[in-house]
Design a protein around this ligand. Sequence first.
Ligand SMILES: [Zn+2]
Length: 221
Amino acid sequence: MPPVSQAGALRLSVNCFALGGPGVDGILIDSGGGGWAPTTGRLEQTLAEASIDPASITVLALTHAHQDHVCGLLTPDDRVLFPNLKTIAIAEEAVKSFLGETHLARFRSLLKPVRTGDQLAERLRAVALPGHAPGHTGYAFDTDEDRFLFFGDIVHMPALQFGNPALSWGYDDDQPIARTTRLNVFHDAAEAGTWIAGAHLGRPGIGRVMRKGEAYGYEPA
Ligand SMILES: [Zn+2]
């Protein structure tokens, strides 16, 4: 795991997730930061490394509309990264902040509001995970063997928040609700052995949470 801090600054990873397989080909969960920060905007390269053609992405499922999740729709030099995108799934409550990013207004016609329980594909459904941001939503994906929860911003600092799950992030809109959501997600995922995948879980961004006394541990995949 990378160090929690470097030169006194906290390190924040930014991940997004491409699904593959029957029924879920072409679905991307979150788009990363694009030109949001000098160290983000590497999605085009990382997709190429994974041999995924951006033209194959047709559905973007957003966990929420913060800039480090939505701005990757455009490359840092302002090109549209996904020319064949048909749908941007987004919670109704997050639409306003999405459209507040005026450079993303060109995607307005693709927005498709989702609510908890909605199926995006046969084995992929939206799950409300309130507290961090308006309409913060996870996506639960079941295969024959495994369950996954793409949980957006339930965790920002994995090195701190599994061992102390009550620890809040300053940018959680409603910290008590975000804390309750985090505790519930950890509890349920640990009980069920669900794989968790998060935007800020470091690398590879997916792993398992397990009970450790009063707190939790995290094992990256
Ligand atoms: Zn966020």
